[in-house]
Design a protein around this ligand. Structure first.
Ligand code: ZN
Length: 214
C-alpha cells in the first residue's frame, strides 16, 4: 500500500526529500522502488529542482562513497543517475579491470546496448545491498545513449570499468539489481572480498568458490 509520501506528486516528494540538506538516505534492497521500472524523465522536476536533486545525488554518492547512484536508490522513481569514479587503484588493478577515471556526469533516460560480444567478469557491489559483493559478467563495451542534465543528447561508446558502472546504474532504472546478473556462488562479504579476493581478476575466487568465468 502506498504511503502518503508515495502518493504525492514527484516534485513535491523531491522537495521534501531535499529539505533537510546533506546526503540523502539510501534505500536498501527489499523496497519495491528498486524493483519497478522508473519513469522516463520528462520535466517532472523544473530545471532548478532538477539541479538541486542532481547535486544531492552527487553529495550522497560521494559520502557513501560510491561510483554511481540511481534516483530509485534515494526513493525517486525517475530515470536519472549520476556516475563518478576517481579510480584510485593500483596500476595492476587498473590494467586488468580497465578502471580508468570517470569524471562526474549525469545520465538522464540512459539506455545501453552491447558493442561486440566480449564480456568481462569482476566483483562489484551496490550501495543498496550493503556489506556484500559478487562477480558479475557484463558487456565489455556498450553504446550509451542518454541526455545530460541540460537536455543535450549523449551517444557514445563506453568500455572498461565505466561500461560496468553505466550498465549497473541503467539496470537500476529498470528495476534490476546486480545480484540478478551475478554468479551467486561468488557472493562474498566485504570483509571476505578484501581479505581473499583483492586480486586484479576473480580467477582465484572462481576456482575456490566454484563458479565459471566467461
Ligand atoms: Zn547499485
Amino acid at each position: 500500500m502506498a504511503s502518503p509520501l508515495e502518493r504525492m506528486p514527484l516534485a513535491e516528494r523531491v522537495e521534501q526529500l531535499l529539505a533537510p540538506g546533506g546526503p540523502l538516505p539510501i534505500v536498501a534492497a527489499g523496497d519495491p522502488v528498486l524493483r519497478n521500472a522508473a519513469e522516463p524523465f520528462d520535466g517532472q522536476l523544473d530545471p532548478a529542482l532538477l539541479a538541486r536533486f542532481v547535486e544531492a545525488l552527487r553529495v550522497t554518492m560521494r559520502a557513501a562513497p560510491g561510483v554511481g547512484l540511481a534516483a530509485p536508490q534515494v526513493g525517486v522513481p525517475l530515470r536519472i543517475a549520476v556516475v563518478e569514479d576517481p579510480a584510485t587503484v593500483p596500476d595492476e588493478v587498473r590494467l586488468a579491470r580497465g578502471r580508468v577515471p570517470l569524471p562526474f556526469r549525469v545520465l538522464v533516460n540512459p539506455s545501453y546496448e552491447p558493442v561486440g560480444t566480449a564480456r568481462a567478469a569482476f566483483f562489484e557491489g551496490c550501495l543498496s545491498v550493503p556489506g556484500w559483493q559478487a562477480v558479475v559478467a557484463r558487456h565489455a563495451g556498450v553504446r550509451l545513449r542518454a541526455s545530460d542534465e541540460h537536455g543535450h543528447a549523449v551517444d557514445e561508446p563506453v568500455s572498461g570499468w565505466p561500461a560496468r558502472i553505466v550498465q549497473h546504474e541503467t539496470d537500476h532504472l529498470d528495476g534490476t539489481l546486480y545480484l540478478d546478473r551475478a554468479e551467486l556462488r561468488s557472493l562474498s562479504s566485504n570483509e571476505a572480498a578484501a581479505q581473499r579476493w583483492a586480486q586484479p581478476t576473480p580467477a582465484k575466487a572462481a576456482q575456490a568458490l566454484g563458479f565459471t568465468l566467461p
